[in-house]
Write a protein that binds this ligand. Structure first.
Ligand SMILES: *Cc1c(COP(=O)(O)O)cnc(C)c1O
Length: 376
């Protein structure tokens, strides 16, 4: 390339992108451990990351073994229809395999629903303080997002129902919600779904389903048989400890699944992810243990917040939203002490931090760093 091709042309090549793409505010992920290590000259092993709601135990030993075994066939394309994983999920959930769509993370399912069902000028409804991907996926299609005020940090379902217009094609509901950890009881949720017009999809995002106490889990896969416009999304990224592999799934009417399958990449879920998810699904004890460890860690964090005089939002997931005042400052002070949490100003919560429940030692490190950060 010559100097003249780089230096003098002022034309901005991004101007050709549609306005609705140019105006998207990119997703802000949790800071990676490697980045903090570089910036502050810290050893990666000394950093505690409680920023992305991952299972601090990682995947189970059986899952690690399944991943290792699957490396034998890395030269082959994966099964683009995910036959074995879909069959196992269908059996576990009591639905037909044709009702399941696999995704490159459940984020992929959210994207695919918007790709298949939203066009420019349409609208999607979601709650304030709900998962950031709902507005992102909506805007990327040129559709209009209708954000509904929250009620005590959770979804105001009656207001969300009223916000549905003739242009609305999708309503997003997160249960439990991220970043607030709020939960909607099954009865209220089912009444809401039943009240939504049949030409509006309800996307019920259950990324933290496995962290719910069993008596709180909604029979949402069974609802799909009763409410054809319901799409339930779940993931292996959180309780199953497989965030890096990117695998999730949606449960939906076969005709809706057919639409998603038309727009997805033919090989959207890689082979290691499929093998790992299959093994993870079978390992029910590991998930139950993870839930118990989470419950104890949550109590330890709550006790720590109480001792520091901080308020928090009661959570049904594996993270807590805690009110610290100038959250940007406290976040920076925590970084200096090698602890990464998540600022949530972009969710309209500038005084709060979201912290993932870690292992007992990580929780202690975080609470000690928090006490120091608040006093700094
Ligand atoms: C983490 C999360 C997801 C997406 O996770 P994937 O890794 O893409 O499966 C979806 N919804 C909510 C509410 C989440 O917190």
């Amino acid at each position: 390339m010559t100097a003249s091709t780089t230096a003098t042309h002022a034309h901005d090549p991004s101007a050709a992108a549609p306005d609705y793409v140019r105006s998207i505010a990119p997703y802000l992920p949790g800071k990676p451990v490697s980045e903090l290590a570089r910036e502050f000259g810290l050893a990666e092993a000394d950093i505690v990351k409680l920023a992305s709601n991952e299972n601090p135990r990682g995947p189970s030993p059986a899952v690690r073994a399944a991943i290792a075994a699957a490396t034998d066939s890395l030269s082959r394309y994966p099964d683009g229809n995910g036959f074995a994983l879909k069959a196992a999920l269908a059996q576990r959930l009591g639905v037909g395999a044709e009702s399941i769509v696999l995704g490159n993370g459940s984020n992929d399912i959210l994207e695919l629903v918007t790709q298949a069902f939203l066009k420019p000028g349409d609208a999607a409804v979601y709650s304030r303080h709900a998962f950031a991907v709902y507005p992102l996926a909506t805007q990327a299609r040129g559709a209009h997002g209708i954000e509904v005020a929250a009620h005590e940090f959770g979804h105001d379902l009656a207001a969300m129902r009223r916000a549905i217009t003739a242009r609305t094609r999708i309503v997003f509901v997160a249960n439990p919600n991220n970043p607030t950890g709020t939960w909607i009881a099954p009865d209220a949720l089912e009444s809401f779904i039943a009240s939504v017009p049949p030409d509006v999809l309800v996307v019920l995002d259950e990324a933290y389903n496995e962290y719910l106490e069993p008596e709180r889990v909604a029979p949402s896969p069974q609802w799909v048989g009763r409410y054809p416009q319901l799409v339930v999304s779940r993931t292996f990224s959180k309780a199953y400890g497989l965030a890096a592999l990117r695998v999730g799934y949606g449960i939906m009417h076969p005709r809706v699944a057919d639409m998603l399958n038309r727009v997805r990449q033919p090989f959207n879920v890689n082979a290691l992810a499929q093998a790992a998810a299959l093994a993870a699904l079978a390992d029910t004890d590991y998930v139950a243990q993870s839930r118990a460890i989470n419950r104890e860690g949550m109590q330890a964090l709550e006790a720590g917040f109480r001792a520091l005089g901080l308020s928090w939002v009661p959570s049904h997931a594996n993270f807590l939203l805690v009110r610290v005042g100038d959250a940007g400052r406290v976040y920076q002070q925590l970084l200096r002490r090698g602890v990464i949490v998540r600022p949530v100003a972009n969710y309209g919560l500038p005084e709060w931090l979201r912290v993932t429940v870690g292992l007992p030692e990580e929780n202690r490190r975080f609470l000690a760093a928090l006490a120091a950060a608040l006093a700094a």
